[in-house]
Write a protein that binds this ligand. Structure first.
Ligand SMILES: NC(=O)c1ccc[n+]([C@@H]2O[C@H](COP(=O)([O-])OP(=O)(O)OC[C@H]3O[C@@H](n4cnc5c(N)ncnc54)[C@H](O)[C@@H]3O)[C@@H](O)[C@H]2O)c1
Length: 437
């Protein structure tokens, strides 16, 4: 393109200065040549426009079917000023502080965990690919929030092992808090590849780099209560069976737990999996029921409330974000060092799994009643049968193991937590400046 452009630039713009050869053969050649140049030039312009349209235009379908679309994106990273920002963000500023790479830092849980670590004086570097599974402007707003506290989020994908290796070259992370994932149970039926891409391939790519890092970091990562799947024994204990996932999302989280076992066994990586139970709170995820119920109640739209067979109650062990953050910090602080070096295991390493829930499941209809009171608007309830698309009827965590070993003690009930969420929601989306999804 630039070659063609410079060729075009060489043709004088004032015809009088260019002595035209009158020979018809040369004249024809010149005309033919200039048409070819024009044709090539416009082809490039056309191609360029198509590429710009493909990469920049907002998708008519906000949830793209092709997971590779996300991995096709290229991100700008590298260079001295970028490295300086990485170093400064990851610098430990307190005695005995740790330096943590937080994947999924622009996500709901990632933002809160990153901010809490930074507040204690730990070094924190974020990594996120800012995908459009839900409104990316919310991720950008969280990024701006973290930026103000001194946390830099590197834009990139956990499948990019060159980037990951570079990050470990620049910073000797002591810990990785791995929260990047394709979340959501129902979306797995629309875009299964995105779950494999982020939750399986991405996790392996991260572990591969961690295993070769020197020193190896300790890793805490987010599994999910969904691994309990069709298990009916309540409350769910870490010892219960987890071999009957009800969704592909759950299956990829369960696969993650098995992959963690392998990397712990072969390479001596210290790994702690946290099974979160329905996390909610300010800066939350728009695809979750409490969030879109709030939006739809305010809009006067009807909201679907699922019930199980025989009018069975659907209930969730809703866990407030601040409690989850304390659990994450407890897991990081009690994580032992990995034992391998240079990709080789030197001794047995820690391998743990914990439930992080609230131990008090609440029927979804009660959640709606609380929202009605807080929003001072009556909801239009549309009672529907629980579809068989991955959601389970009931979740309830037994948290005694996390209580004992991580000092985990949730303190926020649903009423209190939702009050904080609603206050945030109304101020974030106030004055019609932004519209939720
Ligand atoms: N919120 C919950 O109720 C809940 C419950 C159980 C488990 N979890 C797990 O906790 C973690 C955090 O969840 P969340 O609610 O904050 O979700 P989230 O979607 O808000 O955050 C995940 C972040 O990861 C990023 N990401 C996804 N794929 C990536 C990739 N390949 N490379 C780089 N970044 C990528 C996304 O852009 C997003 O910002 C996830 O692993 C999720 O599966 C959450």
């Amino acid at each position: 393109m630039s070659k063609q452009m410079s060729h075009l630039d060489n043709i004088p713009s004032t015809p009088g200065k260019f002595k035209m050869d009158k020979s018809p053969y040369i004249h024809n050649r010149l005309r033919w040549h200039s048409s070819l140049v024009k044709l090539t030039f416009w082809s490039f312009i056309f191609l360029g426009l198509i590429l710009i349209f493909f990469f920049r235009s907002p998708s008519s379908n906000p949830l793209p079917q092709d997971p590779s679309r996300r991995s096709l994106r290229t991100y700008n990273w590298g260079g001295p000023s970028w490295e300086k920002r990485v170093r400064s963000s990851a610098r430990v500023r307190s005695r005995n502080g740790i330096s943590v790479l937080v994947t999924g830092a622009a996500g709901f849980v990632g933002t809160h965990v990153s901010a809490a670590l930074k507040r204690r004086g730990d070094g924190v570097l974020g990594l996120d690919n800012f995908n459009d599974y839900y409104d990316p402007s919310l991720k950008r707003a969280r990024q701006a929030l973290l930026e103000r506290t001194g946390v830099f989020i590197v834009e990139g994908d956990i499948n990019d092992s060159t980037l990951l290796r570079k990050l470990f070259e620049v910073v000797a992370f002591t810990h990785v808090m791995h929260l990047a994932a394709q979340a959501g149970v129902r979306y797995a039926m629309e875009n299964p590849g995105s779950y494999v891409h982020s939750n399986i391939a991405g996790f392996v790519s991260l572990l591969e780099v961690c295993k070769s890092a020197n020193p190896q970091p300790s890793i805490v990562w987010a599994s999910s209560s969904s691994v309990y799947g069709l298990n009916t024994k309540v409350p769910f204990s870490e010892r219960d069976r987890t071999d009957q996932p009800a969704s592909l999302y759950a299956a990829t989280k369960k696969a993650g737990e098995e992959i963690a076992h392998t990397y712990n066994h072969i390479y001596g990586l210290s790994l702690t999996g946290l099974r979160f139970f329905t996390v909610y709170g300010p800066w939350g995820r728009p695809d979750m029921a409490y969030f879109f119920f709030t939006r739809d109640i305010l809009k006067g739209k009807s909201i679907p409330i699922f019930e199980a067979a025989n009018h069975g109650t659907v209930a969730r062990d809703f866990t407030y974000i601040d409690d989850i953050v304390k659990g994450c910090l407890g897991a990081l602080d009690t994580a032992e060092k990995s034992t391998g070096s240079g990709g080789k295991k030197k001794g047995p390493a820690q391998l743990r799994v914990y439930n992080l829930g609230n131990t008090s499941p609440v029927p979804v209809s009660d959640l709606v009643s609380i929202l009605e009171r807080l929003l001072k608007v009556n909801a239009k309830r549309n009672i529907m049968k629980l579809p068989r698309n991955g959601d389970v009827q009931f979740t309830h965590a037994n948290i005694s193991l996390a209580q004992r070993e991580l000092g985990y003690k949730p303190t926020t009930d649903l009423q209190t937590g939702l009050k904080k969420f609603v206050r945030w929601y109304l101020s974030y989306y106030s004055g019609g400046k932004k519209a939720a999804g």
